[in-house]
Every structure is written in C-alpha cells, then in structure tokens.
Unconditional design. Structure first.
Length: 459
C-alpha cells in the first residue's frame, strides 16, 4: 500500500487536458489615422480632465450607486465563494462522530444469549475519519484553474461595466450642457421671430405689409417655438437618464452654459497593448482560459478515482472506558473506482468541453478584432470632430459679425424686421451648432478613451 500511495503522489504532478495558449492573432504594428499629437497616458479617473466638479460628483455617485455595477460586484463575490468551495473540495475531508447506545435484548427467542449475559447492554463510540481523493489526473487542479479564471473574468467584467457607466454619465452630462446652450439660443430665436411677427402685424394694420408677410412671420415663430419645445423635452429626458445612472430618480441638475474643458487627445499606444488594456478583451480571454481548463476536468473525470481513507477512534461497552487504551480503534485504506460502461458519456463530455473551448477562443479573437476596429474608428471620429468643432467656431464668429452688421442696418432703417430677425436666428443657430460640435468632440474623446481601455492597467 505504501508503494501505491507513493505512486499516486508522484502522478499528482500531471494534469489531464491541454494547457492554455493565447490564439495567434494578426495584430497591426500601429494605428492608422492616429492623432499623433496625443502623448499623454489615460488616467483611471480620466473624467476629471474636464475640470467640472459637478461631473466628478455624478461619476463618483454612479460608480457607487448604479444598480448594474452593484450586480456586477455581487457576481464577483459569488465567483469568490465558488472558487473557495472548489479549493476546499480538493482538500482532505475530516469528519467527527460520537454516539452512545443502550439496548435491551429479548430472552424469548429460539436462540437466546448465554446464561448470565445481561439483557441490557451499553455501547459508546467516538472517532475521526478522513477521506481524500488523490488528484492523480489533475481534475481538481483543472477545476480550480477554471474557477480562478471565472473569478478574474468577473473582475474584468466589473471594470468594463464601470468604464461603460462612467463613459455614459460623461456623455449624458455633456449632452445636457449642450442642450442648456441650445435652450438659450432657441429662446433668442423665439424672441427674434416674435419681434418680427409684431412688426409684420403692425405693418399689416397700416397697409404697408408685403403680401403674406405676417403669415410668413407667424410660420417662422411657430417653427422656433417647436424647436424650443423639443429642446426642453430633450433636457428633461437627459436629466432623468442621469438620475437613473447615479441611482437617484429625483436628481435635478441646474442649467449652466459654462463650457467644459476639452482635454488633449490621449496616446493611442500600440495595437498589441489593447490585449492588456481593454477589460472586455481580458474578460473574454479569461473565459477562454476557463473553458480550456474544463477540457481537463472532463478528461480527468473519465479516469479512475483513487481515494485514501483513514479512521481513528474508540469503542467501548461502557462510557467510562471509552478513552481507555483497549478501546482504541484505527483503520487506513485505499480504494479505486472506475466506471466500466457509461455508453460514451465521458467521451461526449470531453467533446462538449473541447467545442466550448473553441467557441470561447473564437469569441476572444473576435473581441480583439472588435477592439482594434473600435479604436481605429474612434481615432478617425475624434480627428474629424475636432475639425468640425473648429470650423463651427469660426462660423459662429462670422454669424455674430453679420448679426451686428444687420443690427446697424436695421437701426438705420436700411433693412426690415424680417431680415434682421433672420440674422439673429442665423447667429442663434450658429451658437447651437458650436455647442453641438463641442459635444460631438467630447463624445469622440470619451469614445477613444473607452476604446483604449479607460486607463485600465489590469490590476
């Protein structure tokens, strides 16, 4: 038996199933369309670069109060508990037992006890028993490897969810501030159209109005009011969304036209670094590692199970003598168990595990390709959004100059109220366009940060 135990211990160094190897992927050496000026690494608290304390507070509240993040954190706790259970299952099981029995025997039987034997007998017993399945084929080690990978996958999923929530809070807040600016511009447009309508009606009452002048002014005013109503509805929806994200349905955000600081573009880095920086990619790889380890679990389950048992105790007919030397008992044993006929069930389990591992590996490879595509797209979007933002700012400057010129001409009586109102509306539209372009530029900045992993370092 000693030789059998020694052989089992020596065999414990092997483990059934293949070791995990990262799939070979065609990674480019650098990103095209890169914003070459970006050299700064992304900070984990990247949203603070916008220099808005209210935004900082909203993100922090979302990271602690968002229900999706609470659920993701609970899934990590669940994975920790599962791993603990699997690790405990690979250790020896020790059970304690104790009992006392007092039995009275019948004397009215065909074969009665010898004369003088007491009818009432006591029996006391106590002891410890040990059972340990020797992990010869590595089933427990592969199960532990799979569970550890699932735990790490849960942690990666948690950070991916944190990144998504923080990015959504920033995008929603930026959208809200853009709408605040559009609200003011829309109100200015309504005022311009109302003034134009007032003058047109006055001219009509004196018989000096052009044909349809008042009707056109009324239509323009109605259009401006419609746009203002849409802006108000949009702001309410954005405020409600922020409340949902931070876990506060009654959240109210005061209007503000203070423009957010636009940070410099982050460094894109090397494409190969996305494998370590993107939490969703790391999550997919951990799932692939877990699925690969399950192949070993399935294969090892088809081999014989070797179990070591041992017992130490005491048994006596009197409770007072239970722990005396003559009452001591002990046992040691080694058993082997092998299924002889399972109609191919073990083989099918291995086939299923191998197929699942292929699925997980393909999913991981696809997540890498998606990450590369999203990063390339984000670089292009940020570059173009920057160009549009700068162009709209120049356009707004020109529109302001035209409005001022129209004001002078109107005061001098060179143009009518309708033409002056048009100039005011054009300027209001340019202000809205600047706000929208800045919003799109910040959205593109956030999109790139998210595509690059949000400053995640894998720890």
């Amino acid at each position: 038996m000693n030789r059998a135990i020694l052989l089992a211990i020596m065999l414990c160094g092997c483990a059934a199933g293949p070791d995990y190897t990262r799939p070979a992927l065609p990674l480019p050496t650098e990103f095209d369309n890169s914003t070459s000026e970006g050299t700064k690494a992304i900070d984990r608290t990247w949203w603070k670069a916008f220099q808005d304390p209210l935004l900082d507070g909203l993100v922090e509240r979302a990271l602690t109060g968002n229900q999706d993040l609470i659920a993701a954190s609970a899934r990590v706790d669940q994975a920790i508990a599962v791993l603990g259970g699997i690790e405990a299952a690979g250790l020896p099981a020790i059970d304690a037992r104790a009992g006392f029995e007092r039995r009275k025997y019948s004397t009215d039987l065909a074969a009665n006890p010898p004369v003088g034997t007491p009818r009432q007998r006591d029996n006391a017993a106590a002891g410890l028993s040990l059972s340990y399945e020797i992990d010869i084929w590595g089933r427990a080690r592969r199960a532990r490897e799979a569970s550890q990978a699932m735990l790490q996958s849960g942690r990666e999923a948690l950070y991916a969810a944190e990144l998504s929530v923080s990015a959504l809070v920033v995008r929603t807040y930026v959208e809200l501030r853009s709408v605040d600016t559009e609200w003011v511009a829309s109100e200015d447009a309504v005022k311009a159209r109302e003034e134009s309508l007032r003058v047109a009606k006055l001219r009509e009452s004196t018989g000096n109005a052009l044909l349809g002048e008042a009707a056109r002014a009324e239509g323009a005013r109605a259009g401006a009011l419609t746009r203002l109503s849409m802006v108000r509805r949009q702001r309410a929806a954005l405020e409600n969304l922020l409340g949902t994200l931070v876990g506060d349905p009654s959240l109210k955000v005061a209007p503000s036209q203070t423009a957010l600081v636009i940070p410099s573009a982050p460094a894109a880095g090397l494409p190969s670094s996305l494998l370590e920086r993107r939490p969703d990619v790391r999550q997919a790889e951990q799932l692939a590692i877990s699925a690969n380890a399950q192949i070993g679990v399935a294969k090892a389950s088809a081999f014989p199970a070797l179990t070591l048992t041992a017992g130490l105790g005491s048994e006596s007919r009197e409770l007072s003598g239970l722990f005396a030397s003559p009452a001591a008992t002990s046992a040691v044993g080694l058993s082997i168990e092998q299924n002889i006929l399972d109609w191919g069930r073990a083989g099918r389990a291995t086939d299923a595990a191998e197929a699942a591992a292929k699925v997980a590996a393909a999913t991981y490879a696809q997540s890498v390709l998606d990450a590369l595509r999203e990063t390339r797209d984000a670089l292009v979007v940020l570059r173009e959004a920057t160009i549009v933002s700068e162009a709209t700012e120049r356009q707004a400057i020109a529109a302001e100059q035209l409005r001022n010129f129209a004001q002078k001409r109107f005061d001098a009586g060179e143009i009518g109220s309708a033409e002056f109102a048009d100039a005011r509306v054009v300027y209001a539209d340019s202000v809205s366009a600047v706000a929208s372009a800045r919003r799109d530029r910040i959205h593109a900045h956030v999109q790139l940060i998210k595509a690059l992993g949000g400053g995640y370092d894998g720890e």
